[in-house]
Design a protein around this ligand. Sequence first.
Ligand code: COA
Length: 191
Amino acid sequence: MTADLIHRYAEGAKVEIKTLHGEGRATLSVAEKAQVTFRRLSVIGGGDDGHHFEIGEGALARGMAMAMRGKIPRSIRIGDNFSCGSMIINAYDADIEIGDDVLISSNVSIRTHDMHMILDAETGAVLNPAKPVIIEDHVWIGESVKIMPGVRIGRDSVIGIGTVVTRDVPPGCVFAGVPGKVRREGVTWRK
Ligand SMILES: CC(C)(COP(=O)(O)OP(=O)(O)OC[C@H]1O[C@@H](n2cnc3c(N)ncnc32)[C@H](O)[C@@H]1OP(=O)(O)O)[C@@H](O)C(=O)NCCC(=O)NCCS
C-alpha cells in the first residue's frame, strides 16, 4: 500500500514527486505558479483527515525530501515566494511553519523530532519530545544549516553556512556557528 495523497494544485502550479513512501494520508496544497520537486516524499499516519502540506504563490522549491509522520495530523505550511535549493524537512509529531519570502540554500535540514527517544534512566520520562519549528518572514538560511526541534527564527535574520540552530534566533541578526550564536545585530538582507 502506498500513501494516499489528495492534490490541490492551483492554476499554473507544477509538482513532481520522484519517490513516494509510506502508508498514510496527506493533502498537498500548492498555490498559483508554485513549483515543487519532491525527490522523496514520505507520509506515515495522519488518521482519517491526513497530514497537510501547503506552499504559497510563486514558490520555487527544488530537491525537497519531506517526511510527515504521526498519528495526529501534522502540517507543514510554507508562505509565498519561497525559494529552496535542496532540503530535508521532517515533521514528526509536530508542525513546521515557514513564512513569506524565505530563502533556503542547499543541503539544509529542518526537523521537529530526534527520531529516537532519550529517556530518564530512573523514571523513563522522555527527555527529547517533538517540538514545532517556526521560521518567520524574510529569513535567509545558508548552505548546510541544521535547524533543530523547537526553534523559532525571527524575521529578516541570516543563518550562516554550516550552522546548527539549537536555540531561538532573534529577528534582524546574523546567526552562525556550531552551536549557532548571534554574530551581528540590526541587519536585514536582500537577494
Ligand atoms: C552568514 C554570512 C553571510 C555572514 O557574513 P558577515 O555578516 O559578513 O559575517 P563575517 O564574515 O563578518 O563574520 C562575523 C563573525 O561571525 C563569524 N561567522 C560568520 N559566519 C560563520 C559561520 N558560518 N560559522 C561560524 N562563524 C561564522 C565570523 O567568524 C565572525 O566572527 P568574529 O567576529 O569572532 O571574527 C556568511 O558567513 C555566510 O555564511 N555565507 C555563506 C552563505 C551561504 O550559505 N550562501 C549560499 C547561497 S544561499
